[in-house]
Design a protein around this ligand. Structure first.
Ligand code: ATP
Ligand code: MG
Ligand code: MG
Length: 577
């Protein structure tokens, strides 16, 4: 599978083929269960799972739950769910918290090896010691604090006291005894364990058992080691951490995995930070964390973006050490390309205008056998009722014709997609109060025996009215535009909220959908998309091209009484309309 050719260890690091370096590839995807994953995480998922898969190895889903403050059960579940939605199956699931006992033992071991000490300095004091604090007496020079040289037994006693609740948060911490002369700040006696003792927010899995928790710098490499990870793949902001990663494993003489770094994926024109999304949700700028205008993965799923489109997008970007900043428009182009060949096509009228074809008999219904795809016969066909009363797009009719206009106007002939023959508008009625056109009358251009049918210059979409066939189906269609006006909302001088686009949602309340949606919903997940969507969420699978409009997906708010459709992307790259 070309998608998983993550050959970057050779390309980026010029390493030897893996078969010569490690016996078995094992990676892990290590999210912290403190929020929903976003589009950037899909790169981390694709790399960790894809790399393992490509090399015949395995990938673990590890919840990096070492900080109880923001971690919640719903995030564990949402993360598990979205990884599976993206089509990946972890070989097993682990939690950093499963290892707390072992990590604690390793901490005592580190103290015994004179590799860590209990420090009581304040944050400000440590800043000064690191040569970073203001007014440092030694003029920016680094120096050790007095605790660094305390006897090993004393640190051990104090560490146990810390564990047993003698100190409050901030009064004591375990620090690694690294190398203050090293220019790399990751070697300046990093914190290893700190006190986090909150009555109201206990750890989701270990409850009140622990009053102290390991830091990322302590826990991550050791969890990797315990799980015998071959390659610990992370983003480049951890490049300097590789030194402390290796230092700790070596100091403890435990198995040392290979940390390697790749560039982050950022998307421009939106915000991904948890804090900002919380604000958008709280202040009602979006419907929820899965609002289709956001770039969390649950939002993309709700909007109708197929997981395969996300993966092929990420794969196209490739893997290097550079941060990739991608415009939303480029991402949408990938989605559009993916949808073009994978979803059926139906007709949806967003703003209906009634057309009565006067010369057809009352109650006329003709079932037209219509293919779901113009090119790919494997999509199959369905019947749509062509009737005396049909609805067309209000924008496809003009009361006043002009020579450069090719759709419907008085005296003008237009083709109806999928219908046997064109129609010609004969007259129209208006609402006397508003002047708005209410009904168009038309003539059916069925040729007489021996004559050839008129060839219209253009074709428009429509839906027929037939109570017998439950046509049309009413729907609310939500067309989403960019939530922000600029490419960099966070750079707005008044804050990102000031950059919000007031027209980020256009709602068509009275849209009409052809009955083909029933056919594709019945077989949901739609055969073409079934392989990649999870069946429990099969509402997400009902996506199709609304011909001449845009790609849509059935929204999760739909009920048997009310159908709601989301715009996934436009048909062309036109930013919005
Ligand atoms: P963020 O800082 O965006 O909230 P995070 O550090 O909280 O991300 P984690 O839950 O720790 O996210 O992420 C799990 C994994 O996903 C980590 O290995 C992290 O490096 C990776 N990751 C996070 N954001 C991105 C991104 N934008 N591009 C690529 N990988 C990412
Ligand atoms: Mg996170
Ligand atoms: Mg993190």
């Amino acid at each position: 599978d070309a998608m998983f050719k993550v050959g970057f260890l050779q390309d980026v690091y010029q390493e030897k083929p893996l078969s010569e370096t490690v016996p078995k590839i094992r990676t892990r995807f290590p999210p912290e269960p403190n929020g929903f994953l976003h589009i950037g995480h899909s790169k981390a998922i694709a790399i960790n799972f894809g790399f393992a898969k490509y090399h015949g190895g395995e990938c673990i889903l590890r919840f990096d739950d070492t900080n109880p403050e923001g971690e919640e059960e719903r995030y564990y579940n949402a993360i598990r769910d979205i990884v599976s939605w993206l089509g990946f199956k972890p070989v097993r699931e682990t939690c950093a918290s499963d290892n707390f006992d072992r990590l604690y033992e390793l901490a005592e071991d580190l103290i015994k090896r004179d590799g860590a000490y209990i420090c009581h300095c304040t944050k400000a004091e440590i800043k000064v010691q690191r040569g970073e604090g203001e007014g440092g007496q030694r003029g920016g020079e680094r120096f050790a604090c007095s605790h660094r040289t305390r006897p090993i037994e004393e640190s051990m006693t104090e560490f146990r006291a810390m564990r047993d609740g003698k100190y409050k948060a901030g009064e004591a911490a375990l620090r690694m005894k690294q190398d203050l002369t090293d220019p790399n700040p990751q070697m300046w006696d990093l914190f290893a364990w700190r006190i986090m003792d909150s009555e109201e927010k206990q750890h989701h899995r270990t409850g009140g058992k622990w009053k102290i928790y390991p830091t990322y710098d302590f826990a991550h490499c050791l969890c990797d080691s315990i799980e015998e990870i071959s390659h610990s793949l992370c983003t480049t902001e951890f490049e300097l951490s590789r030194v402390s990663y290796d230092w700790l494993c070596d100091k403890l003489e435990v198995y040392r995995p290979n940390q390697r770094e790749y560039g982050r994926l950022n998307i421009t024109g939106t915000v991904l930070s948890k804090r900002k999304i919380i604000q958008l949700v709280k202040e009602g700028h979006v419907r929820d964390w899965d609002d289709p205008r956001l770039y969390t993965l649950i939002a993309l799923r709700r909007r109708g973006v197929p997981p395969g489109a996300i993966l092929s997008f990420v794969n196209e970007l490739g893997v290097t050490k550079n941060t990739t900043n991608v415009q939303v428009a480029k991402f949408e182009q990938a989605i559009r390309q993916y949808l073009e060949t994978t979803v059926p096509r139906l007709m949806v009228v967003l703003e209906p205008l009634k057309v009565i074809i006067d010369d057809l008999p009352d109650g006329h219904v003709e079932l037209v056998d219509s293919p779901f795809s113009p090119k790919d016969p494997s999509f199959g066909t369905h019947n749509i009722p062509f009737t005396k009363t049909i609805y067309i797009e209000r924008s496809d009719f003009r009361a006043v014709d002009s020579p450069d206009y090719f759709r419907l106007a008085p005296g003008k002939t237009v083709g109806l997609l999928k219908a046997p023959y064109p129609i010609t508008a004969t007259s129209f009625e208006t609402d006397p109060a508003t002047g708005e056109v209410t009904v168009v009358h038309a003539k059916y251009e069925k040729p007489a025996e021996g004559e050839t049918a008129k060839k219209p210059k253009s074709f428009i979409h429509w839906v027929g009215e037939s109570a017998e066939h439950n046509s049309p189906i009413r729907a609310e269609v939500r067309a989403f535009n960019s939530l922000f006006k600029s490419e960099d909302p966070s750079a707005h001088p008044k804050g990102f909220l000031a950059d919000i686009n007031p027209d980020s949602e256009e709602i068509y309340k009275d849209a009409m959908v052809e009955t083909g949606i029933v056919d594709i919903s019945k077989s949901a997940p739609w055969p073409k998309a079934a392989a990649e969507d999870d069946v429990e969420n099969n509402k997400h699978c009902v996506r199709f091209q609304a011909m001449r409009n845009f790609y849509v997906c059935v929204d999760r708010e739909s009920t048997p009484e009310k159908l709601v459709l989301n715009r996934i992307v436009t048909l062309k790259d036109t930013q919005g309309k």
